[in-house]
Design a protein around this ligand. Structure first.
Ligand code: ADP
Length: 585
């Protein structure tokens, strides 16, 4: 309790006050007693001298003097003091209050001894007869050099004790009153001082705990405490400003970290993960609540990141390593960086996903091998045919004609393939230029039908068009739209049996025109269907059949470039339906 500032103010104040009061009380009591005693003593001495003078004749035994006992009684009642007349040898001759026959010799009483030698003397003694202190004053009665006796006056001091104890009581009451007032004042003053301090303490505790503070500790006075409070308010505002700025910075950093496609881990000296971002969680299949303050190996369940980190710790240099994450089968390049300069004891691990890069590389390799494979066949056939011609077949006009038309066919295949490759490369690189405008929806259908009519006839297939004339216009590149339809109808003819029918339809569907090419041909197996729009994909795995495997890939790109979507529905032996959408005007 006495540790609080309030009590440290109140306690010494009250103790000091009480000490002063007691000291003043004791001193004044003593001073009062002494002054009373010296006053009483001097007045008794004076009275005793006067009495000595007046009792001298009686003591000298003069004729006609009243008896000593009568004198003693008379003067004692006049001056309100006990009067004793003592002979020079100490025998009591008269006493105003006691029976002299019972009184012993007074020669050795201190006041008598002093009066004998110095003329007067006094002493204070406890009177067993009366039960309280008495002040005795004695004066020698002389006749010239002749000692006649002593006159002794005594006054009780009980009244002095009563007065002193009354004074002490009053003093005690005053001291108690003053102490009470002092305590109240001390409480008030200490409250005034400690209230702002307590409020400051509360605000500081809140600030330290990171809680919301008003940032405004109230000010009560205009003294040093106000300066302290103002300084505190200033400090708390500046701390809160800094905290807010840090929060904003932290928010920004967090937003960047979480938005990054690369996985990021911040690891401390003990290999504990301090920060982990969303991408890293996904890469290592970690639940986000799992992350943070967990061991690196425990969290990633792989040894490579920890090994890389050890290398960084050993060398103090940035290190990198490519490996496959077992859980998600992602290939990543991990880069471990010591952040010594900015944050000693922290390391940054960045995981860059190489899966897409690897896929693109594989695709490129695949593409090159596909293209060379596709080109090799027609080129080999042309070479073989021209060699046959050179070897003498040229001499036979009929076979020469046959070989030359074969060479032309292969050359056409090569041209078609190169054109399709060009289209595909343009579409994939985004360089395909479309001339989009309002197109009457049946026009491209009719054009495709007309252009492929001869081919259909040769194949013994009937082309049927279902396109109402009142259909709304579409927003498309007419040439490209016709190219898509040509590709689909061409395929339909190619994979139809003689006698089959091909339906080419157009109908509106929400904000789109849906084009459909339906055949009754060979159909496509379920496992092949999802791949038919891929480059170089041919259901005929021997790849010897006619076609490049690029037509549908080109068609898909052209449809999507015009804002539509292409799909295929088919079952083996039951024909196929290819359909795509083109937005209406
Ligand atoms: P291609 O030039 O070889 O026809 P496409 O990209 O146009 O290349 O077609 C890819 C493959 O899809 C074809 O090789 C064929 O196996 C299959 N296909 C396409 N259209 C049809 C269809 N109407 N009926 C059956 N199979 C088809």
């Amino acid at each position: 309790m006495f540790k609080s500032l309030r009590w440290r103010i109140i306690f010494p104040t009250v103790v000091l006050l009480l000490a002063v009061m007691v000291a003043v009380g004791v001193y004044s009591t003593r001073a009062l007693r002494e002054s009373y005693l010296s006053q009483t003593e001097s007045s008794l001495t004076t009275q005793a001298r006067l009495l000595a003078d007046s009792l001298q004749p009686a003591l000298a035994g003069a004729e006609g003097s009243p008896s000593l006992a009568a004198e003693a009684a008379h003067w004692s009642s006049l001056i309100d003091a006990r009067l004793t007349i003592v002979a020079p040898d100490g025998v009591v001759l008269a006493d105003s209050e006691d029976d002299i026959t019972r009184m012993d010799n007074h020669a050795l009483r201190p006041e008598i001894v002093a009066a004998k030698s110095a003329g007067s003397g006094s002493s204070i003694r406890f009177s067993h007869t009366l039960g309280y202190d008495m002040l005795y004053t004695a004066v020698a009665v002389r006749d010239g050099d002749n000692l006649l006796g002593f006159v002794r006056l005594a006054r009780p001091l009980d009244q002095l004790d009563v007065a002193i104890s009354r004074m002490q009581q009053v003093w005690l009451a005053v001291a108690a009153g003053v102490s009470l007032v002092a305590v109240l004042l001390a409480v008030l003053i200490s409250n005034r001082i400690t209230k702002p301090l307590r409020q400051l303490t509360r605000e500081s505790t809140l600030l330290a705990a990171g809680g919301e503070t008003s940032g405004q500790a109230p000010t009560f006075s205009t003294d040093e405490l106000q300066s302290l409070t103002q300084a505190f308010n200033l400090m708390s505002r500046s701390i809160q400003d800094k905290i807010q700025r840090l929060e904003v910075e932290k928010g920004k950093l967090n937003a960047i970290l979480q938005a990054m496609s690369d996985g990021v881990l911040v690891v401390d000296d003990q290999d504990n993960v301090q920060i982990i971002n969303q991408a890293a969680c996904e890469m290592f299949a970690i639940e986000p609540q799992e992350g943070g303050s967990k061991n690196l190996i425990e969290l990633t369940r792989q040894h490579q990141p920890a090994e890389l980190l050890r290398k960084v710790k050993d060398t103090g240099q940035q290190q990198s390593l490519a490996f496959e994450i077992l859980k998600t089968r992602q290939t990543v390049r991990a880069i471990a960086i010591p952040t010594q300069v900015y944050q000693p004891g922290l390391y940054l691990l960045v995981f860059h996903d190489l899966t897409e890069q690897k896929r693109v590389e594989a695709l490129r390799r695949d593409f090159v091998s596909n293209v060379s494979h596709e080109l090799r066949n027609p080129v080999a056939v042309i070479k073989m045919l021209s060699e046959t011609l050179q070897d003498g077949a040229i001499a036979d006009p009929e076979s020469a004609q046959h070989f030359l038309s074969q060479i032309e066919k292969e050359a056409d295949t090569l041209t078609a393939m190169v054109n399709e490759l060009l289209d595909l490369s343009k579409a994939e690189s985004g360089n395909l230029k479309l001339e989009t405008r309002a197109v009457r929806p049946c026009q491209p259908i009719n054009n495709a039908r007309d252009r492929l009519a001869l081919q259909a006839e040769k194949a013994g297939v009937t082309l049927r068009v279902d396109c109402p004339g009142d259909l709304p216009a579409v927003r498309a590149d007419a040439v490209r739209l016709e190219q898509v339809l040509m590709n689909l109808v061409h395929n339909a003819i190619k994979f139809s049996k003689p006698g089959g029918e091909i339906f080419i339809r157009a109908k509106t569907e929400d904000a789109y025109m849906r084009y459909e090419v339906q055949d009754q041909g060979s159909g496509i197996a379920e496992e092949d269907l999802p791949h038919v729009f891929e480059r170089f994909y041919k259901v005929d795995k021997s790849r010897t059949g006619e076609g490049t495997g690029l037509g549908l890939a080109v068609a898909k790109h052209l449809v999507e470039a015009q804002g539509g979507h292409i799909t295929a529905v088919s079952a083996l032996g039951e024909g196929s339906t290819f359909s795509f959408t083109i937005p209406l005007i």
